[in-house]
Design a protein. Structure first.
Length: 214
């Protein structure tokens, strides 16, 4: 029994050394990615959202578009329009012609859909996994493990295009067996967006039902 414990201890040391060397590379890659996205004054991303759960036989796929300008954002997906001016967040459900209004907490970064582009910045241990070619593009795979074990997810995978240091795909693995994938199909930086684009216009929706939760 004692020998087995020593063997496991040696393995732990070996893996920690390996993880350290990989973390160094992951940190270098993520710094390039962070510098890239922070240089964008605004951007638009068309993406495909997928939810998989083999146990529950779930396989859901939707398309969406995200607009971001500094701390403001707008997300159009699945008949919903989520708009935020960094103070208020409006969730408009088109089919019901209903809008829900909430105060927005900028400190809660998990509440912003732009999180798929900066999830790696805080609260994770990063590890470089591999470099591979996919569809003629060289991708760098980095795996993130949350430091806070109370998080609903236990692993995040980032697929970064090496040529331009941009995130092509993000996969989030939660503790219930769900795998959430965000795959970017088109990305445009420095697009012109008017300020009123990030506030909801009630007058543009006759017969609108307003649910103010502030």
């Amino acid at each position: 029994m004692y020998k087995i414990k020593i063997s496991f201890a040696l393995l732990a040391v070996c893996f920690s050394i390996l993880a350290f060397s990989q973390d160094k590379k992951a940190e270098q890659i993520l710094k390039k990615v962070a510098d890239k996205y922070k240089s964008f004054k605004s951007y638009k991303a068309d993406f495909k959202y997928m939810l998989e759960n083999k146990k529950d036989k779930l396989n859901i796929s939707k398309k969406g578009t995200l607009y971001v300008k500094q701390s403001k954002f707008r997300l159009d997906i699945d008949g919903k329009e989520i708009t935020c001016d960094n103070k208020t967040i409006w969730t408009y459900i088109k089919e019901a012609n209903e809008v829900q209004i909430n105060d927005y907490d900028p400190s809660n970064t998990d509440a912003s859909p732009s999180r798929i582009f900066n999830i790696y910045e805080k609260g994770f241990i990063s590890q470089f996994v591999e470099e591979k070619t996919e569809g003629g593009r060289v991708l760098q795979l980095i795996e993130l493990t949350p430091i806070d074990k109370k998080k609903s997810y236990f692993k995040v995978k980032l697929f970064i295009e090496k040529m331009n240091n941009q995130i092509l795909r993000t996969k989030i693995f939660d503790k219930n067996g769900n795998i959430y994938t965000y795959e970017i199909s088109k990305f445009q930086a420095h697009i012109k967006i008017k300020e009123n684009f990030f506030s909801f216009d009630k007058k543009a929706h006759p017969g609108l039902e307003v649910i103010d939760l502030r």
